[in-house]
Design a binder for this molecule. Structure first.
Ligand SMILES: Nc1nc2c(ncn2[C@@H]2O[C@H](COP(=O)(O)OP(=O)(O)O)[C@@H](O)[C@H]2O)c(=O)[nH]1
Ligand SMILES: [Mg+2]
Length: 397
């Protein structure tokens, strides 16, 4: 941490009078977003500055005020923070502004509500001295009674952590912890953009996708004073929405494939059991579900492949096996060929039905079933032809 690299010197020079700034380069910037936290913000600033002094770290505390209507800004200034005004609302917007303004080689993010222990940031920073790019706190073992609602502790946080694990392979247990530290380099690599609380998930997703080394350290979590700014459903949905949008496999491809297979199965049952399937006193006619599942499933696959290629061709995601398979097998010509074949099958089945009707011969297969398969084939075929163009268009250089 004592090392001052050329980029850091440059940044410091840009920020102020050259020689003086370079020699007193900031090592750690503590960023605190603040929305009406007048009761606690000064204590947070003082604690962090106390740690700077005790550990001999050259540090700065940045409080990013997001239009507080109380005395938060004065309190923060009085306690020795640099206060920045960010007009764009939101936890993410405020943090991102703070990160962009931070001069430290290391950035610490925390809350201004005095729930995290800023008196001793050594355990948080230690992994960064040992080659890690980011440290995330884990509050689960040291939650003061009443600090976290039961639903967040047992449902919300574990559910989001599990999705992150599924989508990125991250092993972070407390993915919603707001106490973290990372290097300037890691910050640059992540390319963060979320304006809301979903920033917490974005950081972990991008850290893993960019191959950063992430450590987790135990931390304490105290009862908050003042009002929480977190809205369980709105913010929970924003996390889920973010994760799905950044994970096209799980939004489109996996569900699409499952729906397609269920659709094919249902249509198969329709052809076999013409009277439907009797369950107790009810009779299920799989003919309807079959068509719907197959059509929705294929459309999901087509959209999934198209978005995948779009993201890969613009360097949003790396070129993975889906991209390679799609480029080889989902070319416009092949898609049109497949579409034509499937429409032809549908037309053939309709011709068969017509023959059955004119000749009066019973073919021994469910008429409704055949009609449903024929109709579904034509819809799926037409969608594949349209999808072929969509996919080709998305991959245009
Ligand atoms: N600047 C800014 N800060 C916010 C906003 N929403 C929350 N915060 C701050 O972000 C931190 C975390 O919010 P908090 O309500 O404690 O959420 P929790 O820790 O997830 O329960 C606190 O310091 C809040 O003051 C916002 O819209 N703008
Ligand atoms: Mg908080």
């Amino acid at each position: 941490m004592a090392i001052v690299d050329p980029a850091e010197t440059k940044r410091a020079e840009l920020a102020g009078s050259a020689g003086e700034r370079a020699s007193s380069a900031v090592q750690v910037s503590v960023v605190l977003p603040c929305l009406n936290e007048e009761e606690t913000v000064a204590a947070c600033v003082e604690k962090a500055r106390g740690w700077f002094q005790r550990s001999g770290v050259r540090g700065e505390v940045l409080v990013v005020d997001n239009g507080s209507t109380d005395h938060s800004a004065e309190e923060a200034r009085r306690a020795g923070a640099r206060v920045i005004d960010e007009p764009k609302r939101g936890y993410g917007a405020a943090h991102l502004r703070g990160f962009a303004e931070a001069q430290g080689e290391v950035i610490v993010m925390a809350d201004a509500d005095d729930t995290y222990d800023l008196l001793d940031l050594d355990p948080l920073i230690e992994p960064l001295r040992n080659g890690y790019d980011m440290t995330v706190g884990n509050r689960m073992q040291r939650i003061e009674p009443g600090a976290m609602t039961w639903s967040h502790r047992v449902i919300g946080t574990p559910a989001i952590s599990l999705l992150l694990r599924l989508f990125t392979g991250s092993r972070i247990a407390d993915s919603q912890c707001g106490l973290r530290a990372f290097t300037q380099e890691a910050y640059q690599k992540m390319g963060l953009r979320s304006s809301g609380m979903e920033l917490a998930s974005e950081m972990i997703l991008k850290a893993y996708r960019r191959g950063l080394k992430v450590a987790e350290v135990d931390t304490s979590y105290a009862v908050r004073k003042g009002e929480t700014k977190l809205n369980t459903f709105r913010d929970g949905w924003r996390h889920l929405r973010f994760l799905l949008l950044y994970s096209p496999h799980y939004l489109f491809l996996v569900p699409g494939l499952v729906l397609m297979l269920l659709g094919i199965l249902s249509l198969g049952i329709t052809l076999g059991a013409s009277g439907g399937v009797t369950i107790g006193t009810l009779t299920w006619q799989p003919v309807f579900a079959g068509g719907i599942l197959l059509v929705v499933g294929t459309n999901a696959m087509v959209i999934g492949i198209a978005t995948h290629l779009f993201a890969a061709s613009r360097d949003i995601i790396p070129e993975d096996w889906v991209v390679r398979v799609a480029r080889q097998y989902a070319t416009l010509e092949r898609m049109l060929g497949l579409a034509f074949a499937i429409v032809a099958i549908g037309a053939g089945l309709d011709a068969l039905l017509f023959y059955e009707w004119v000749s009066g011969n019973d073919l021994g297969v469910s008429t409704a079933g055949l009609a449903a398969v024929a109709q579904t084939s034509m819809i799926v075929g037409a969608n594949l032809a349209l999808g072929g163009f969509l996919i080709a268009l998305m991959d245009v250089e």
